[in-house]
Design a protein around this ligand. Structure first.
Ligand code: GLV
Ligand code: GLV
Length: 327
């Protein structure tokens, strides 16, 4: 019999067809997420699974699914994986980097501009029939071009955002990252390394693109927000748990921060109700990589990882390559 795999959320039919050339494939008929208990149930007897970044893969699940060899995430982020538990169980994890970099950077900039220039707030005003006359300071926002762009986390997406700011908008770009770029890389993307405090203090627009790890939990909290300029905007396209949302709401309400643009939320898909009551925040439902070509490329990469590993024992974008050959 062919190996059996699970696709934990409906993906493109062409990707399912490709998987069916190699595997018995079980998937959701309707794209609705399974509960953790149902996921565990459906994983029985499966050697591989395609996850979406919402399914938690931890030691308890792995212990209940001893046949499982590989989990392919349809996301660059993989904070839904307990990678240590996967490694000790000999289970390979893969993510979907690179193919989403430029699209995600485009969205980071879209959210920055919508936030700085108050696009959604002003549209709500217009739709509510409140626009009675042109006026000089109606929805006056923050300058984008020429202002200082700050980036926290300087992976591929951070670098792609830096290029957009430096080359397209003439912005001085400063960044902080665990490890600085090389001088050649800095020159290529037009960004300058600064320490963390300087980043928060000097950025006019601060974009968060760091991976979520336990150490990154609420790394942007009351102290960091207090360091920011009252005219600054904060953009989060990384993971919700990086920002202390209650501290952010307080800073926005008290106008210690001009505005925020959030694509990710700590309890998503639930959104902190306090955020919904603040006008100077732009909220989007985790769509930074959501163009059809990019989501298809991500799904294809996840499928290709399953195929490569289960048919040839290799992987395209492994997260814990040390397990390869151990199963
Ligand atoms: C989306 O958030 C991803 O990690 O790809
Ligand atoms: C992180 O891996 C990124 O692509 O920015």
């Amino acid at each position: 019999a062919r190996p059996a795999i699970l696709v934990a959320r409906a993906v493109f039919p062409e990707v399912i067809d490709k998987l069916r050339l190699h595997f018995e494939v079980e998937t959701t008929p309707d794209g609705v997420a399974w509960s953790p208990a149902e996921l565990r149930e459906r994983l029985q007897g499966k050697v591989g699974v395609l996850t979406t970044g919402s399914e938690r893969i931890d030691g308890a699940l792995l212990a209940a699914c001893p046949q499982l060899k590989v989990v392919a995430n349809l996301a660059v982020g993989h904070n839904n994986f307990d990678l240590e538990a996967m490694t000790s169980a000999g289970v390979l994890g893969t993510n979907a980097p690179d193919v989403l970099t430029e699209t995600t950077a485009d969205f980071g900039f879209a959210l920055l501009m919508a936030t700085a220039r108050r696009v959604t707030e002003s549209e709500h005003y217009l739709r509510a029939g409140r626009w009675k006359q042109w006026s000089l300071d109606l929805f006056a926002g923050a300058e984008v071009h020429g202002s200082t762009l700050g980036i926290l986390g300087m992976g591929r997406i951070g670098q792609a955002i830096a290029r957009r700011g430096a080359l397209g908008f003439g912005m001085p770009v400063i960044y902080h990252n665990r490890s600085p770029l090389s001088p050649e890389q800095e020159a290529r993307v037009g960004a300058r390394y600064v320490d963390r405090d300087t980043l928060f203090a000097q950025a006019d627009h601060l974009v968060l693109v760091l991976p979520y790890t336990p150490a990154a939990h609420h790394t942007v909290g009351a102290a960091e927000l207090a360091r920011m300029k009252p005219t600054a905007t904060l953009i989060n396209i990384a993971r919700g748990g990086i920002v202390d949302e209650d501290a952010l709401v307080a800073a926005l309400r008290e106008q210690r921060l001009a505005a925020a643009g959030l694509d990710v939320f700590e309890g998503e898909p639930a959104v902190n109700p306090a955020l919904l009551t603040v006008p100077n925040v732009v909220l989007t439902p985790h769509i930074a990589s959501a163009t059809r070509p990019t989501r298809l490329a991500m799904a294809t990469l996840a499928a290709d990882n399953l195929i490569a590993y289960l048919t040839e024992g290799r992987a395209l974008t492994p997260l814990n390559p040390q397990v390869i050959g151990r199963h």
